[in-house]
Design a protein around this ligand. Structure first.
Ligand SMILES: [Zn+2]
Length: 256
């Protein structure tokens, strides 16, 4: 698929990279990514995925903008408090690049609707703020055979992991955290605080890993890094990587 000349110009700095090139840019234009949560991680992730020309963006959030969000949620502005995050995010994308397709899902993700929410996308990037949603999203991804990038941040720490539990020998997010958090939705950042730039680091790193996954079929940036959990430490600063293994007793992905 050849890209039109204005798209070649827009993505010239990508296309000149041998790891992306015209074929990789065309693959990004064909890709669909669901962003779960348009907060501190979802905002910068959205900006860089839209910047990368990811053709279809499914924007999932049930929240409205609060004044305290502006310290890290980079797509919102003073004067927009109280308005729907998905509505504002859609406006942001349309003004930034009208060629991209946007689908809004303005509801809270639950076990009941998670499958419908992620249906049809190539990748889910979960930057939500609670374990119950993360596990519901992860289970839906395993069932639909969709890869999942899970990103979280608090205080000066972040983590970004790539999961493909639908594949043999690859773990899912539930293999990592277990079943204890299914009903836990109280781990929001309001209690502990968060350096805004940490959310930016985790969100942009998640966008980088998303592009790695989307380009993996054409070689791209190499290994999609399934089961690798990157821990970001903003105080040190530094980064280290853990390997997660498939749990043979996992109720979501065992036997796959
Ligand atoms: Zn699992």
């Amino acid at each position: 698929m050849a890209l039109p000349s204005d798209r070649l110009d827009r993505f010239a700095r990508h296309i000149v990279l041998p790891e992306i090139g015209g074929a990789g840019q065309a693959a990004l234009a064909k890709a669909a990514v669901a962003l779960i949560g348009l907060g501190g991680i979802g905002s910068p992730a959205l900006q860089y995925l839209a910047g990368a020309g990811v053709g279809t963006l499914v924007l999932v959030d049930d929240d409205a903008v609060d004044l305290s969000n502006l310290q890290r949620q980079t797509i919102y502005r003073a004067g927009e408090t109280g308005r729907s995050k998905t509505e504002l995010a859609e406006i942001w994308v349309r003004e930034f690049d009208p060629s991209l397709n946007v689908k809004r899902v303005s509801r809270r993700v639950t076990r009941e609707n998670a499958g419908e929410t992620v249906a049809g996308v190539d990748l889910v990037l979960d930057g939500c703020d609670n374990f119950a949603t993360r596990l519901a999203v992860s289970d839906a991804c395993v069932a639909a055979r969709i890869p999942l990038l899970s990103a979280a941040v608090g205080r000066f720490q972040g983590q970004v992991g790539a999961f493909a539990g639908h594949l043999p020998d690859q773990p899912c997010y539930r293999c990592y955290v277990g079943d204890a958090f299914d009903a836990d939705d109280c781990d929001t950042c309001a209690d502990d605080g968060m350096l805004g730039a940490m959310a930016g680091w985790a969100g942009t790193f998640a966008a980088l890993q998303a592009i790695r996954v989307l380009l993996a079929p054409t070689g791209g940036l190499g290994d999609p890094q399934w089961g690798k959990l990157h821990l970001l430490d903003g105080l040190k600063p530094g980064m280290r990587t853990l390997g997660i293994v498939k749990d043979p007793g996992c109720k979501a992905c065992a036997g796959r």
